[in-house]
Design a protein around this ligand. Structure first.
Ligand SMILES: [Zn+2]
Length: 422
């Protein structure tokens, strides 16, 4: 069995492709590389390829030719076509056959592509990005999970699994169900944790995760985020919201409200039938992060896990930073975890960024045994926030306390702004 790994890296999507074959591999690889060839040395059978390429029509035709030629013997090669279909027309991308690209390297390549796209000077962009991320990357390791996450997280061998949330081994608990690291209801299809047992999965799914899902329900509906059962229809005490391609909001008014001469149709108060415990939102966000980090890290979060499981109380938690931006819109949730690699205790050991539709949440994962600083204190929080310059340099963040541990009726206030016709 022969194998070749090709990495395609572009701003809109990056993918790694493994091609395995018994006999055809030599010719598949040669034919593929020919498409990217800059120079071919026929005498020594050497193909010199240009790493930077552009998704132009001529290129697409050539690559499709190779795919059509080999798709019957090696169906996997069709993934190349689907990859390039998702790239924009004329988008630049890098191709690296049999090279393993480090995180720092790919960072540089992304900078380069971003400079190309914006017609900017690469040196200038690199310097800007270095100002924003340089110090951060010296202090933190970053781990990103999204729709491109290919491998399940944790122990692949079922018989060796130990649940990261209750610490029980397979046998004492079962691992039959697929445990979504981020709730499936939020559109997560690709981020899966192996070492979350069926009991914990059930407990989270019927417990704390519901508070976050309810909190995000309106966005799920409006943006058409599909869970296991499609796009949710929302029904509350005084409203119904349905996404049928366009959003229909039905409001049920009392006689008193109908006759109220001061009623403002642009301000709607939607009362849910369900209660929400705000602190469970923070617990769920932390649970997501602990579900994706390397399991050797779990030992640093035993107090955090007790808190998530409800066996330990925390009264005061750091603020959660929230941001809305259509530029960052994502249909599949994204999760980034930062783990401190230095001894600088003034900085939190673990920080996470969770992105859902056009919302971004950034939060400290509380109560790690590696932390000695109290990030509920404003000056300590400020120090952390200013250190994460790529966040703090952007205006309009909102900071919210999610301490409340009592279930309360969930009410959404919608304010519509009338737009003047031009
Ligand atoms: Zn468990």
């Amino acid at each position: 069995m022969k194998e070749i790994k090709i990495t395609f890296l572009a701003l809109s999507r990056t993918t790694e492709l493994d091609i395995k074959s018994d006999n055809e591999i030599g010719s598949i690889v040669n034919d593929l590389l020919m498409v990217f060839a800059k120079e071919i040395d026929y005498k020594n059978f050497k193909i010199d390829i240009d790493s930077l390429q552009q998704n132009i029509p001529d290129f697409k035709t050539k690559i499709d030719g190779v795919v059509q030629k080999y798709k019957d013997v090696n169906p996997k090669i069709q993934q190349i076509n689907s990859y390039f279909k998702e790239l924009k027309d004329n988008e630049y991308f890098f191709v690296f056959p049999n090279a393993s690209i480090s995180k720092e390297q790919s960072f540089q390549f992304y900078n380069y592509l971003s400079a190309l796209e914006k017609n900017e000077d690469f040196e200038k962009v690199t310097k800007q990005i270095d100002d924003l991320f340089g110090v951060l990357m010296d202090s933190y390791e970053m781990f990103a999970f999204d729709e491109n996450t290919r491998n399940k997280i944790g122990e692949p061998d079922k018989s060796k699994r130990i649940c990261r949330f209750c610490n029980k081994p397979n046998g004492e608990v079962s691992f039959k169900k697929v445990a979504h690291s981020i709730s499936e209801a939020l559109g997560n299809k690709k981020i899966i944790t192996n070492d979350e047992c069926d009991s914990c999965n059930e407990e989270f799914g019927t417990g704390i995760e519901n508070d976050l899902i309810l909190y995000l329900n309106l966005y799920r509906n409006v943006f058409g985020i599909k869970g296991k059962n499609g796009i949710p229809k929302l029904k509350g005490k005084n409203f119904e919201i349905e996404n049928k391609g366009t959003i229909e909001i039905k409001q049920i008014l009392t006689d008193e409200e109908i006759n109220d001469p001061n009623r403002d149709d642009f301000k709607i108060r939607l009362e849910s039938n369900q209660n929400i415990t705000t602190q469970n939102i923070y617990k769920t966000l932390s649970k997501y992060a602990l579900g994706v980090i390397d399991r050797t890290q779990i030992a640093n979060f035993s107090d955090t896990i007790e808190w998530i499981n409800g066996t330990k109380n925390i009264d005061n938690l750091p603020k959660i930073a929230m941001f809305t931006s259509y530029d960052l819109f994502t249909i599949h949730p994204k999760l980034m975890v930062y783990l401190r690699k230095t001894d600088d205790n003034k900085l939190p050991y673990a920080v996470a960024e969770f992105r859902f539709t056009f919302l971004t949440f950034v939060y400290v994962i509380p109560n790690s045994s590696k932390d000695t600083t109290d990030f509920t204190q404003d000056e300590n929080f400020k120090h952390f926030w200013e250190f994460f310059k790529h966040y703090s340099s952007v205006p309009h963040w909102k900071f919210q306390k999610m301490n409340d541990n009592i279930a309360r009726q969930f009410v959404m206030n919608l304010n519509f702004e009338p737009k003047e016709k031009k």
